[in-house]
Design a protein around this ligand. Structure first.
Ligand SMILES: *Cc1c(COP(=O)(O)O)cnc(C)c1O
Length: 443
């Protein structure tokens, strides 16, 4: 197969069968439909009874003491950051390679962000770069389990404990993932995750916060859930203000999402396991192909990808005569893999919102409006983040373990890599900017 001429040059495409529902997600059955219709018929869209049941299911699944539903993942993370006490003048460390919602809400808390570099193998925050970013103003570290890969939590937690800093896990890419046998989202001080339709656990616009710390939970609740901020609050400092949301935000989850969430969660482990079988099979087929490497933890590590959201692969142009990832992915797409794109999220520190934007009229960039030092990041501090787009590409996100179809997709990647010399001839190289600010705007 791999020696056939590339489809880009008129050869036969590696992917010949129609995908069918190979990529369709989430899987929606009559069970989801009945649950959602029930909310509609009861006119219970804005209630909280079903959301509270969903929170209870989620706690049991994740193994944390507290969970709090939200209208989206951005709100859950915003509340998590408030929950750990991020406030005026504080600094929050976050990887530059992530979706903006991991950290952008810190501005509205009067805080700022200090960007850390990522590890070139895990693509998650590099523990070795965290201490460079710490100052006496550092309040929290946001850890993103990027593209489903469990970040190095042991090292991160050790650094955080040493410096008295809180850890916020952003699990929006990694539902059901494991770090050394422990559930992602139950390791840091608090976690927040998106449950929007494009994610692995997909229930519409919704988010979830999880923690074992009652005060963090209560602060998050007080921030954006006025009707649940009442007499049951134990935290004394919060008691006088019950009844109105401290943040001025309303984070209530739509109960059609909550109802669908209860159904989706019941099936999630099984469906996630099938995704894992399919994705691991894809990578097993490509083991040893020059230029390509899997983005997944070692099978003997006790760690496992969660959901494989927006799965990507490593690219090593030096093993393919310097072939650009732009040209490589063009050849893979021609083989019939529509969603093989170069790059990933663009480094957040390069966006003008994190350089000069004066959002709130401070008369200076919001990034440094309340900061005691200029935390704006230089490319030289983040070499991996700045260069990573040329070394990654998206791969198909299989939802079913169908060997012969997966083999066709893997062959497309193998063919492009093994015929790299033919592709070098007209390689335009990579453009100055690759990837996008979000995975959705890119498509
Ligand atoms: C999707 C996402 C979010 C935000 O979640 P929404 O539900 O879209 O608000 C936060 N962090 C990461 C890493 C994400 O991918």
């Amino acid at each position: 197969m791999s020696n056939h001429p590339l489809a880009l040059f008129g050869g036969n495409r590696a992917v010949v069968s129609e995908p069918g529902d190979l990529f369709a997600w989430p899987i929606v059955t009559e069970e989801d439909e009945a649950a959602v219709l029930d909310v509609l018929r009861k006119r219970a869209m804005s209630g909280t009874d079903i959301t509270k049941q969903f929170e209870q299911d989620y706690r049991a699944w994740l193994g944390t003491t507290y969970t709090l539903g939200a209208n989206n993942g951005t709100s859950a993370l915003h509340a998590a950051l408030f929950g750990v006490g991020v406030g005026a003048g504080d600094e929050v460390i976050c990887p530059s390679i992530t979706y903006w919602a991991s950290c952008t809400s810190v501005y509205s808390l009067g805080a700022t962000v200090v960007f850390a570099d990522i590890d070139p193998v895990t693509l998650c925050i590099d523990p070795k770069d965290i201490e460079r970013c710490i100052s006496e103003k550092t309040k929290a570290i946001v850890v993103v389990h990027y593209f489903g890969y469990p970040a190095d939590m042991d090292e991160i937690m050790a650094i955080a404990r040493k410096h008295g800093i809180k850890v916020v896990e952003d699990v929006s890419h990694a539902h059901g993932g494991l770090y050394k046998g422990r559930a992602l989202g139950a390791i840091g001080d608090v976690s927040g995750m998106s449950l929007m339709s494009g994610k692995a656990l997909a229930i519409g616009e919704a988010g979830m916060l999880a923690t074992n710390d009652r005060e963090i939970y209560e602060r998050a609740l007080a921030f954006g859930h006025y009707e649940r901020y009442n007499g049951v609050i134990h935290t004394e400092s919060l008691q006088p203000y019950a009844g109105l949301p401290l943040g001025g935000y309303k984070h209530r989850m739509h109960q059609m999402s909550a109802a669908m969430g209860r159904v989706q969660l019941r099936h999630y482990d099984e469906r996630n396991a099938e995704i894992g079988r399919a994705m691991n099979y894809f990578w097993d087929l490509l083991e040893g192909v020059p230029g390509l490497a899997a983005h997944r933890p070692r099978p003997d590590s006790g760690s496992a990808m969660g959901g494989w959201y927006a799965a990507h692969g490593h690219y090593k142009p030096e093993e393919l005569g310097g072939l650009s990832v732009t040209r490589f992915t063009e050849a893979v797409r021609a083989e019939g893999v529509a969603d093989c794109q170069p790059g990933c999220n663009m480094p957040l520190h390069k966006h003008p919102l994190f350089q000069e934007a004066d959002v709130y009229g401070h008369g200076k960039p919001t990034r440094i409006a309340n900061a005691s030092r200029d935390v704006r990041t230089l490319d030289a501090d983040l070499p991996v983040s700045v260069g990573i787009a040329r070394r990654v590409y998206s791969i198909p996100w299989f939802k079913h373990f169908r060997k012969d179809q997966i083999e066709q997709y893997a062959n497309a990647f193998r063919k492009a890599a093994e015929n790299y010399e033919a592709l070098l001839v007209d390689d335009p190289g990579d453009p100055p900017v690759l990837g996008g600010w979000s995975m959705f705007s890119r498509k």
